[in-house]
Design a protein around this ligand. Structure first.
Ligand code: NAD
Ligand code: ZN
Length: 370
């Protein structure tokens, strides 16, 4: 059974197709979009060894002329150099305005490929085939694309929407467990800030920390938890970005847990914590800040923290972390508006608000407790 979620943007609408076990039908999905004949599949060796052949055969079977470009694996390759490699391959294969770039991989591949598609010939078709949980429910949706500058993450980029986001949950079977849990952090985020029903589904699960538990369905014919998580999380992101494509308002709530999360990632050199792990810690901190400010009940904050624990995500700050350096880093974050640290804080499960002035003392006190 396949599900589709519509992303409605002023300039362009597209579908997120969640189609369990359907990677071999990727080509058929693309044929519905009236694209040119040429497709460039961009991936990395890790993902390509598992899914490259299936994806390419399926595209060829649907009549596409397929070339591929394999970039090295890792955040450290989300660079202008990788972009250059994609451009070179696009040139060799004479990609045209009507051609399509397909990103087959996690958020790194999706971000670089999206920016390549946005800029090659001033913009060609782009399709996302996310293969990590984080990319499926977050990075592949919403049109933020780009690469890192040696001195800062995501500094170079563009808003560029895909023509299709194609999700086959079965590819998650090969995802390392730590990456899987990091993705769950973003699902928990949507539960806290947007979708109380998703939160309840996660709460009702006996166990969350391994993919196997989510891929089993409770009863015959019932949706599996993984499908529910994908559907509700994608829906949440689609709704938020449809309301606010360029992050002028409500889209900012997607940064829940990310203010402190980003500071932790950057202070630990992007090596110690995965993004989702840093976000989990950031949500615990932001939740407690909301409690201290009297905006959120400690009971609900506890329920959030229990979910984070159930997903086996970290709940304690890395040892030897300089708290003053965290406060300092918050000031240089992109989320600073007129010198004040901006925080997304929950008001109840399923709702959050942006608060512009959180006193540094409260942040300090909360971090000390962690
Ligand atoms: N554009 C956005 O809105 C947005 C949002 C969130 C994150 N991001 C970006 O996404 C990136 C992080 O993405 P990520 O967490 O997917 O990391 P990633 O792309 O680095 O993937 C994580 C690891 O899993 C491997 N992998 C991917 N799919 C696999 C599979 N099915 N089986 C086995 N291994 C697999 C990858 O090769 C990689 O080693 C960051 O660069 C971040 O800035 C972008
Ligand atoms: Zn995130």
């Amino acid at each position: 059974m396949a599900f589709t979620i519509q992303v409605n943007l002023p300039q362009q609408a597209y579908e997120i197709a969640i189609a369990p076990g359907s990677l071999e039908q990727l080509g058929a999905y693309l044929s519905n979009l009236q694209l040119g004949k040429k497709v460039l599949v961009v991936s990395n060796p890790t993902v390509f060894q598992y899914y490259g052949e299936t994806a390419i055969k399926s595209l060829q079977a649907a009549g596409f002329e397929v070339a591929s470009c394999i970039l090295p694996d890792g955040e450290s390759y989300k660079t202008l150099e990788s972009l250059q490699i994609i451009y070179d391959t696009a040139l060799e294969n004479r990609l045209e305005r009507s051609s399509t770039m397909v990103a087959l991989g996690g958020g790194v591949i999706g971000d670089v490929t999206g920016f390549a598609a946005a800029t090659w010939l001033r913009g060609i078709n782009f399709v996302q085939v996310p293969t990590t949980l984080l990319a499926m429910i977050d990075a592949a949706i919403g049109g933020k694309t780009g690469v890192n500058h040696p001195r800062g993450k995501n500094l170079i980029g563009a808003f560029y929407q895909p023509r299709l986001v194609f999700v086959d949950p079965e590819v998650l079977q090969t995802l390392p467990v730590r990456e899987f849990r990091a993705g769950l952090a973003e699902a928990i985020k949507y539960g806290v800030i947007w979708d109380a029903q998703l939160f309840a589904e996660l709460e009702a699960a006996e166990r969350l920390e391994r993919m196997e538990f989510l891929h089993q369905s409770a009863k015959k014919g019932e949706l599996r938890l993984i499908d529910i998580i994908l559907m509700r999380s994608c829906q949440a992101k689609a709704e938020v970005v449809s309301k606010d494509e360029k992050e002028a308002g409500v889209r900012a709530i997607l940064n829940y847990g990310h203010t402190i999360g980003h500071a932790l990632e950057s202070l630990t050199g992007y090596t110690q914590l995965l993004h989702g792990e840093a976000v989990a810690l950031g949500m615990i901190a932001a939740g407690q800040i909301a409690v201290e400010l009297g905006m959120w009940t400690s009971q609900e904050a506890e329920r959030q923290n229990a979910l984070i624990t159930k997903a086996s995500l970290p709940t304690k700050l890395p040892t030897r972390l300089d708290l003053e350096a965290v406060i300092e880093a918050l000031q240089t974050d992109k989320k600073v508006k007129a010198g004040k640290v901006r925080f997304v804080l929950p008001t109840q499960i399923g709702a959050a608000k942006v608060i512009d002035q959180v006193p540094a003392d409260i942040i300090r006190q909360v971090l000390r407790q962690m």
